[in-house]
Design a protein around this ligand. Structure first.
Ligand SMILES: [Zn+2]
Length: 365
């Protein structure tokens, strides 16, 4: 296995190549993080509030994790937006994250909507997605997104503000890309769920990237913005300090690096991803932090070895029990071959991704 001499990425990552100095292509191409610009963000806020048909300027989905709590702080305390918040209960919340949401909401009084899918159906979906494809993050993303669109539509909110951070770039495995067509295929072939259960879970069962883009252009769906791509970001640690001060946010002290600690299944999904793909989220995120000079390579190696992604995480039995899976099931899941359902992804999404690539190439000229 080849490992980059600058970051800690390895050659299991799709499309990665190494130069003569042993640097990976993500490192050699990295030109520093250039924010789109705060003026552009303010313009988006102005446009959205000028056209709004709602008492709210923006919807902030909250998970109790670091990024989404920071976005709530920015939206309310810094940009003075009139915010609606919501949480989609994905059935895998960590108690610390739920407490963080409660503390933040009692500190700034904003309206909060809790969306809870049918628990039985949710667990059936997770169990089957894991057993068939080895991934549940994609299913959780689909459920989360649908519920966010639903709340934004119900309240006619013109903007949705996400906590997606530049630190997470390049950390997604190809199988967890949101694709409703692939999702439906996998669940239908499991035979464990009725059509109605699947459609109810999806809320918008025929959504693809073209439709989303069209709906956003025509104002049927809210505009989606990730503010952290527009402004200079504090480091991961500074971000934690700011929201601790402003919104009584509490860190999960059992782990030094805490992106996505809000989900109890995160360590297990990393273990599974690493088994199937040979890399997982943390490897990518620490590598991003090295490139952004937030941590040294030595520190990244130290954090990464403490994560111990090659062994089953401490809470794995609890998560398996929660999802109704056995040790044998886990063995089967970790032996699923990557991209098993590649040919069942939506043709529209494939076309859309192709067009986006061309657009990006033209923009980079
Ligand atoms: Zn590298």
């Amino acid at each position: 296995m080849n490992t980059c001499t600058k970051c800690i990425m390895n050659d299991h990552y799709p499309g990665l190549s190494f130069n003569e100095k042993g640097e990976c292509s993500l490192c050699s191409k990295y030109g520093g993080f250039k924010p789109i610009g705060e003026e552009k963000l303010l313009e988006i806020f102005r446009n959205a509030t000028a056209k709004k048909r709602s008492e709210y300027d923006a919807l902030v989905p909250l998970s109790g994790g670091k990024d989404s709590t920071y976005i709530l702080h920015l939206a309310v305390n810094v940009y003075k937006l009139n915010v609606l918040t919501m949480t989609y209960d994905n059935g895998l919340f960590n108690q610390i994250a739920l407490d963080n949401i409660e503390r933040a909401l009692s500190k700034i009084k904003v309206k909060h909507i809790l969306r809870k899918p049918d628990k039985e159906v949710l667990l059936k979906i997770y169990r089957n997605m894991l057993l068939q494809s080895g991934d549940i993050c994609g299913a959780c993303d689909i459920g989360t997104k649908s519920n966010i669109y639903k709340v934004a539509n119900d309240y006619s909110v013109p903007l949705i503000l996400y906590g997606t951070s530049p630190l997470e770039e390049d950390s997604f495995i190809p199988d967890s890309i949101q694709d409703i067509s692939r999702f439906r295929y996998i669940l239908k072939s499991s035979g464990d769920l009725t059509n109605k259960e699947i459609e109810d879970f999806l809320i918008y069962p025929r959504l693809n990237h073209f439709k989303i883009s069209f709906y956003k252009k025509t104002g049927k769906f809210a505009k989606e913005v990730s503010p952290l791509f527009y402004i200079e970001n504090p480091t991961d640690k500074e971000m934690g300090d700011i929201i601790a001060r402003e919104l009584d946010w509490i860190e999960d002290h059992s782990r030094e690096y805490s992106k996505h600690f809000d989900c109890i299944a995160e360590p297990l999904t990393n273990y599974i991803r690493n088994k199937i793909y040979g890399y997982e989220r943390h490897l990518c995120q620490y590598s991003n932090m090295i490139r952004r000079n937030e941590i040294s390579r030595e520190k990244a190696i130290e954090l990464y070895s403490a994560d111990n992604v090659t062994t089953k995480p401490d809470n794995y039995q609890h998560v398996l029990d929660h999802l109704g899976l056995t040790e044998d099931d886990l063995e089967k899941i970790t032996n699923i071959h990557p991209l098993k359902y590649e040919k069942h992804i939506s043709k529209m999404n494939k076309l859309f991704a192709g067009l986006m690539k061309i657009k990006q190439r033209i923009n980079n000229r």
